[in-house]
Every structure is written in C-alpha cells, then in structure tokens.
Design a protein around this ligand. Structure first.
Ligand code: GDD
Length: 434
C-alpha cells in the first residue's frame, strides 16, 4: 500500500491547507507515503529541501512555484507514482491540480484518487468557467472530500449527481500535546509587551510596537511538524481565568487577508481597551493585507496596545496560544459569498490550548465553535459584535475559563488527526479497510 500525495501547499509554507496536508501526512506510516510538492515562494529550493530532510517520509520537489494541471505535469506525477508503486493518490487540495486526475487514471490504470476541497473550491463552484473545471475534477476522482456541510452544499451544486453522491466529509483536526503536560505556571510565557519582537517576521516589516531592546529573533524552523508541538493548557491564574501578568492578551492567528477580520479587531480595539485598559491585541501571521493593517493599527488611539508580529515560528505560536485570554478572528464572507472561510483550524487550535474563541459567521467557521460553550460566533461584517464578546469574556474570567476548558475537551474528543487519517485511509484503500 503506498499513497502519493500531490500538493501545492506544503511546509515550509504556512497556511490552513499546508497545515492540513502536513498533519495528515504525519499520520501515515512513513514508508507508505511520498509527497510531490511544488517549491513555493518565499522559500528557495535549498530551504525547502532542508525542511524536507527533517521529515521521516520522502518528499519530491518539482522546481515549479505552482504545479499547474498540464499534460507534462501529469506525465511527471505519473512517473513519480510509478516509481514509488503508488496504488492511491491524494490531492491535498482539489483545485486546480486535480484536473490532471483523468490523465493520471489513464496513465496509471486502476489507481484510486481522492481529492480534498477546502474553502477556495466554494469559489470555484460558483464562478463561471471554474465551475465546469470543478465538475470535471469531481467526475475524474473516486472521492471529493469536504470540510463542512456548508462547503459540501456549495460545492455539490457544481458537480454531477454521481460525483456529489460520492463526496465524503474530511475536516481538519488539531495537534494535541504529545504528553498531557501542563507547563508549570512560571514557565508559561507572557506574550510580553512585544511578543513579535522575538519571532521571525518573514514580511520583514517592523512590528507596530517594535522594541529595540528585545532579544534577537528566534531562528525560523521551517517545516517543523506541528505534531511535535505541545499545546499547553493555560496556567491557572489567581482570578480563575486567562488574565495574565501585563494584562490579558487577545490573540488572532491567521494569514493577513481581508476575509479573516483582523481589521475589525483593530477598529473595535479602542472599545476593548476602554473597558480593560491593560489588554493587548496580538495579531500573528503574515500576508498581503499586512501593510494596510499596520497602518490601521498605527493610526488607532489604542496603537500602543496592538502588536502585529508577522509570521511566527511554530514553537512561538504555541506560546502565544498558551498566553492568550481570548482568541478572536471575526472572519466574514466577501465578494458576494464567493470568498468564505472553509472551517478555520485556528479556532480549534485555540480551543486545544484552552482559550475561548470569538469566530466570524462566514462559511463553515461556525462548525469550529460550540456556540455559547466553547466561544461565540459573531457577525464579522461589523466590528461591534466581536468587541462586545471580547469585553464580555474579559469581564467574566470564570465564564472564559469554562469555555476554554470545554473547547479543550471538545477538540480532544472530536478533532484529532489519527481519526481523520482513519477516514482518509479508508477512502484511499477501501479494500484494505474492509
Ligand atoms: N507557524 C505559524 N506561523 N503558523 C501560522 C501562522 C504563523 O504566523 N499564521 C497562520 N498559521 C497557521 C495556523 O496556525 C493554522 O494552522 C493555519 O496556518 C491557518 O489555517 P486557517 O485559519 O484554517 O486558514 P487558511 O485560510 O489558510 O486555510 C484554509 O484551509 C483550511 C484547512 O482546510 C481555509 O479554508 C480554512 O477555513 C480551512 O480550515
């Protein structure tokens, strides 16, 4: 049994699909899987191969920045599949590369093909041209997986009835601590006044609250599998919840793009600080919206309590989650519902760290929250609802702690990679799984 995983999204690049694919591949027995990936900016081939060398399974890099579904790429992928004797192929993200699925089937005869959809296939399903392409993908693969009922409904509209009927649910999951250790309180890092100053910032842009006296940046460890991280539960604080020395931290982690709603957090932040003067907003992640967000933060009357860290390394990310009192990402749908949140793994990562979440009501994001139990879902098109829920959680540390604990419990029970792997493995090798 051998699976060839084909993906444009793979560490050392970061993002939801990269995390999804890398964590899933970590579950395979290393000698039963090979990854075929592109070599995506900003990383060079050398950096990518250094990251790959640390992995227990084989990664084949195509020098292209993006794997486009051309005949020559299909030939290349088929040659790799033959070389590793793959009997199954998993496309980590269906659109666009799974357009070569038909050609692969023709060349490899009898190979089983599963392709996974995320949020952007919702766009593909709705737009003219791409809709037909997605339909072709659906007809060429054995199974198209989906994240949430919301994304299934939207994507199924573009598919033939037979392909829609073959769809299977495969949402992401979260890495849980290898050991169930809770860090002793004195080792729980405060986010510090300037958490980003100690982290790698790939955008190269200065943090809003840059601190010249901060320690040298921690080295970037591209490709560190998140499975190796522990997501420590927050240390109990004297008042029973997430308040930390230096004031509570409200954390947002994500690529910086308008949909994620970091702008609404910045707009509402003066209101939060008026209610909780010591509170700090930490926005981690990098992306094209970064420059605009930095300008907004710098112009805010509460600028001194807002930090944009840029991209942080995985280990630093776990520390930030552990230091947060509230996680907030009030995502919103854009472009007439073409651009939606597929699920939002970051909400589940926050829950795994015992942090209550404030999520936006876009796409499948509400599936990552148990409303009123692990957090709140708000209208992400306005800043006021998120600010109000953040203030409510900071006002009520006991309620926040209970939500964090419920989230941690929920993620431990329902959002684990081993169980997702069982699902994918059964789709890839139905005969082996009986
Ligand atoms: N180390 C590190 N540093 N990781 C980061 C950083 C950073 O600065 N910024 C984001 N990440 C990681 C998060 O920890 C998370 O694991 C992932 O990147 C972001 O995932 P999502 O919030 O889910 O966002 P996405 O839009 O890139 O992902 C898409 O696919 C996901 C998987 O199916 C969306 O469709 C999501 O809704 C979906 O969950």
């Amino acid at each position: 049994m051998h699976t060839l995983v084909i993906t444009n999204d793979f560490p050392p690049n970061t993002g939801g699909i990269e995390t999804f694919v890398a964590e899933m591949v970590n579950q395979f027995p290393p000698d039963e899987v090979t990854v075929l990936a592109s070599t995506r900016a900003p990383f060079t081939a050398e950096q990518a191969s250094r990251a790959d060398a640390a992995l227990p399974y084989q990664v084949v890099r195509h020098p292209a920045r993006t794997l486009w579904p051309t005949r020559s790429m299909a030939r290349f992928a088929a040659a790799i599949a033959r070389g590793v004797q793959a009997d199954a192929i998993w496309f980590g993200s269906a659109a666009p590369f799974a357009l070569i699925a038909r050609e692969l089937s023709r060349r490899l005869g009898g190979v089983r093909i599963v392709a996974t959809t995320h949020g952007h296939e919702v766009w593909w399903a709705a737009a003219p041209g791409t809709r037909q392409a997605l339909r072709r993908i659906g007809d060429s693969v054995d199974v198209l997986t989906y994240l949430t009922d919301y994304t299934r409904q939207r994507i199924a509209k573009a598919l033939s009835p037979a392909a829609a009927a073959r769809m299977a649910r495969l949402p992401g999951a979260v890495c849980l601590p290898a050991a169930d250790a809770v860090r002793p309180p004195d080792s729980v890092p405060s986010a510090g006044p300037h958490p980003g100053a100690a982290s790698a910032n790939q955008e190269g842009a200065p943090s809003v609250a840059a601190d010249a006296a901060s320690p040298a940046p921690a080295p970037l460890t591209p490709g560190l599998p998140k499975a190796e991280l522990s997501m420590p539960a927050p240390a109990p604080s004297p008042d029973g919840a997430g308040a930390r020395e230096d004031g509570p931290v409200v954390l947002c982690v994500s690529r910086l793009v308008p949909r994620k709603g970091q702008d609404q957090l910045i707009r509402g932040w003066p209101e939060v600080v008026a209610a909780h003067p010591g509170a700090r907003l930490v926005i981690a992640g990098a992306g094209p919206y970064g420059a605009k967000l930095r300008r907004m933060a710098a112009a805010s009357p509460a600028a001194s309590s807002i930090e944009l860290t840029g991209r942080v390394e995985d280990a630093r990310l776990a520390e930030l989650y552990a230091a947060a009192a509230v996680f907030a990402m009030p995502c919103r749908s854009r472009l007439l519902n073409l651009e939606v949140e597929g699920l939002g793994i970051v909400y589940l990562e926050a829950s795994a760290a015992g942090v209550p979440v404030v999520a936006g009501d876009s796409g499948g994001a509400p599936d990552a929250v148990l409303e009123g139990k692990t957090g709140f879902v708000v209208d992400g098109r306005r800043w006021q609802p998120a600010a109000a829920r953040i203030i409510e959680l900071l006002d009520n540390p006991a309620q926040a702690a209970a939500m964090g604990a419920a989230g941690r419990e929920w993620v431990r029970r329902d959002w684990t990679w081993p169980s997702r792997y069982q699902t994918l493995s059964a789709l890839l090798h139905p005969r082996a799984s009986g």
